[in-house]
Design a protein around this ligand. Structure first.
Ligand SMILES: [Zn+2]
Length: 453
């Protein structure tokens, strides 16, 4: 319907100062338009006014929203872009913050063979780390800095930091292998790396797996020889991932560190408390596992809130191995929630969902158990928390379809990169699905606008 109509500007936020009211055009498939007058609640109109709005915009010389099949437009100042990058081999999320500061959370690269994992995306001609680096370089064009300002590794599992394999390449300096995050850093430098256990890497016990030893070598070499800074994730603070370029312009932006290693923010000041018992009080066989130690944070931009908590889970409800519940209570309601532990059966508990009650769920899926049928049911249940919610997944495997069946039909998307684009100020946002079968950055569907709560 809009395909033949072209003009030049292109952002809904820009419309407001050019005409007397702000116009949101939903995807042409929704058949709904929203007009918002200053200081008034939105009034929803039907498509009967569609043509008149188009005429008005045409007369004004204003641009349309990005359309399906068009290339996802570049970030502009004031917007918050959150790219859930799908390589089919693990989790990786790249943030462009309102002043152009950048944050990469995880860069996984599992080497598990099919049929236990999703297909490599776009294909297997490059490694997951190389694809992530190329994606980041593309969306960073025009930003103030050329480096990734912050990289956060939520925890030390292969689908979040990268796994070794026989043909793995070595870094140019030869002291470590290139897998996941170390491979991304080979192509796009990282200014500051944050993880849950720098510099000792011994909580709750020393790391022993080969890919973790390689990761430590990567971090130490990068600090010693490549000018990278490393820090341990500080629970409770809101200044570890501060805006770098123009923080004074965005006083309503914050990233609050919620949890790591069993420490959880109390909700007051920067105070935290330990949800785990002292390690000396429990047997080593009962130590918290790597997933339970994941970092969690809440990003806020005005009214918009987003949660990311790695592979946190509720191993045992009502026990200290349910870390999700205190983390959810400390986080509070959010607009968009990245599913804990890829929506695996042991995550996204009822009590966590009741605490965060998101409008939008995003699942970084890479295995047939993502999402688990019971978790999808919980995420969808209005008995657990009321109101509408939309669910997006980066992948859905055929085996998952066999198990879950028609329950998957309610997902808004089952394949592709998932990009949340938050409008300046944070009042509203749209979700774009980008084609992951090639490096085209083409939009395959558009969802929203959603209004932040
Ligand atoms: Zn994981």
């Amino acid at each position: 319907m809009l395909s033949g109509w072209k003009s030049s500007i292109g952002r809904i936020g820009e419309v407001s100062h050019l005409v007397c009211f702000r116009i949101f055009i939903l995807s042409p498939y929704s058949h709904v338009l929203i007009l918002e007058k200053p200081n008034n609640k939105p009034m929803i109109k039907k498509e009967t006014i569609y043509l008149s709005i188009l005429m008005l915009i045409s007369i004004s010389g204003l641009a349309q929203e990005p359309q399906i099949s068009s290339v996802f437009p570049a970030w502009e100042e004031g917007y918050l872009d959150i790219h859930h990058i799908n390589t089919g081999k693990g989790e990786s999320t790249f943030f462009i913050l309102p002043d152009g500061t950048t944050l990469l959370v995880d860069a996984g690269a599992t080497q598990r063979p099919k049929p236990r994992v999703t297909d490599p995306k776009p294909n297997d001609s490059l490694t997951p780390g190389e694809w992530i680096a190329r994606y980041i370089k593309h969306v960073m064009q025009g930003l103030p800095g050329e480096n990734i300002d912050y990289a956060l590794l939520s925890h030390f599992h292969y689908d979040h930091i990268g796994e070794l394999y026989p043909e793995v390449k070595s870094s140019k300096n030869g002291t470590y292998k290139l897998a996941g995050i170390s491979e991304v850093a080979e192509h796009v430098s990282i200014n500051k790396l944050v993880d849950r256990d720098w510099p000792s890497y011994d909580y709750p016990k020393p790391a022993t797996v080969d890919y973790m030893k390689n990761y430590i070598q990567f971090v130490n070499t990068s600090v010693d020889k490549r000018g990278m800074t490393a820090e341990q994730f500080k629970v409770g603070v809101s200044d570890q991932f501060a805006l770098i370029n123009e923080p004074e312009k965005y006083p309503n932006f914050e990233i609050r560190n919620i949890a790591a290693n069993g420490q959880v923010w109390t909700g007051t000041g920067t105070n935290k408390r330990n949800h785990f018992p002292p390690m000396e009080s429990i047997d080593e066989s009962d130590y918290p596992d790597e997933n339970l130690c994941s970092t969690a944070f809440r990003l806020s931009y005005g009214a918009f809130d987003y949660y990311s908590g790695g592979d946190l889970l509720a191993r045992k409800l009502g026990h200290w191995k349910d870390i999700e519940t205190p983390v959810g209570l400390a986080t509070g309601p959010v607009d968009v929630c990245l599913a804990n532990h890829h929506a695996y059966y042991d995550a996204m508990s009822e009590s966590f969902l009741q605490a965060v009650r998101p409008r939008v769920h995003i699942i970084h899926a890479w295995a047939p158990s993502h999402p688990s049928p019971s978790v999808l049911r919980r995420m969808s249940s209005t008995a657990i928390y009321p109101g509408p919610r939309d669910i997006f997944s980066t992948n859905i495997m055929d085996a998952t379809r066999v198990v879950i069946g028609a329950g998957l039909d309610e997902l808004k998307s089952q394949q592709g990169h998932i990009v949340v684009r938050v409008n300046p100020g944070g009042e509203s946002y749209l979700i774009y699905i980008l084609d992951d079968s090639e490096e085209s950055f083409k939009i395959t569907s558009i969802h929203g606008p959603y209004f932040s709560n």
